[in-house]
Design a binder for this molecule. Structure first.
Ligand SMILES: [Fe+2]
Length: 324
């Protein structure tokens, strides 16, 4: 039964006093909760933006460790420890020279046998950056990298889009060998293997798409005359389906691991025609191995979230003895 206590609801129905008090309280709670919720969302948004826009890309540095046990690696040879640095994208404010110097120091502290640089050294964003780091400055910082088997590099698409010749000159003047559709034999301390570098697959923008300067057949043809293990550096991982079994391990960057990894959603964008397939990590297909590093810098959009900048440390070794 409804009793009239003098209050009419907006829709014309009478309500009890208790209902009126309850409704008023509910409105207050609803308003308060709304304001609290909105305030919380603003704070969350602001702190999330600060984290993704500044803290993760500028200050975090993680170590991604991978072990590849491959029958092509001789059991008698010691394992090979490779540090891979990808997608530096030197620019202000995210990747200034002091940041590069600290990455170089961390890489050297890992005492790798070999250091490889996987391309995209120059700035990747025109709209959001506050300045570029000159090639002479970031190459000087990279010149401090140290490994007994040397520092070797490939170029990436951004290097081509800015000035491939100048980037190559800068790297070489810092003692870093640039491998473009070229393979070299490296040896030392009981290890002997091929190291090959592929030309960039997106080097030259066209009216529609890009033209690569990659030449996989020529590169692979140089790995000949023996069965020594072979490591291929290829900036973009999209080449992987075409990489022959002769290659023991392919190392790539370019994807930045998507740069953003959202809970329950995943990576909103991956710059690969294969989507998530080669977005990040150790991929094994048909006995062939690919490792894609999330890299260090930013391009396209100025955030990193749950894909922190990383140094990749890869150990290539022979398979261990199986269970007795
Ligand atoms: Fe790239």
């Amino acid at each position: 039964m409804l009793v009239n206590y003098g209050c009419v609801s907006r829709n014309g129905f009478y309500r009890t006093q208790a209902q009126v008090v309850y409704a008023a309280t509910a409105r207050m709670l609803t308003r308060r909760r709304f304001l609290q919720g909105a305030g919380g969302l603003v704070l969350l948004g602001a702190s999330g933006s600060a984290y993704a826009g500044v803290i993760e890309p500028r200050f975090r540095l993680s170590l991604a460790e991978w072990t590849v046990a491959h029958p092509a690696w001789p059991a008698a040879a010691p394992p090979l420890r490779i540090v891979a640095l990808a997608d530096l994208h030197a620019m202000h404010p995210w990747m200034p020279v002091p940041r590069i110097e600290s990455i170089v120091a961390e890489a050297n502290a890992l005492r790798p046998d070999l250091i490889v640089l996987l391309g995209d050294y120059v700035a990747g964003m025109q709209r959001f950056r506050t300045g570029i780091v000159p090639i002479a400055d970031w190459t000087q910082a990279l010149a401090a990298l140290r490994a007994p088997l040397g520092v070797h590099a490939v170029l990436g698409n951004h290097d081509w889009w800015v000035d491939a010749k100048a980037v190559r000159r800068g790297l070489e003047s810092s003692g870093i060998e640039v491998l473009e559709n070229m393979a070299v034999k490296l040896s030392g301390d009981g290890r002997r293997f091929w190291l090959a570098g592929l030309g960039d697959q997106l080097a030259i923008p066209q009216a529609r798409g890009f033209k690569g300067v990659d030449d996989l057949p020529t590169t692979i043809a140089q790995i000949s005359g023996d069965t020594d293990p072979a490591i291929l550096l290829a900036h973009e991982p999209d080449i992987f389906p075409r990489v022959p079994e002769r290659v023991t391990l392919t190392l790539s960057g370019h994807t930045h691991g998507g740069q953003v990894l959202l809970p329950f959603i995943g990576r909103p964008a991956v710059p690969s025609r294969y989507g998530e397939r080669f977005a990040y990590g150790h991929i094994v297909e048909g006995g062939r191995h690919l490792i894609v590093s999330a890299g260090l810098g930013l391009s396209c959009f100025p955030v990193r979230f749950m894909v922190p900048p990383e140094i990749a440390l890869i150990t290539l070794t022979a398979p261990g003895p199986g269970p007795a």
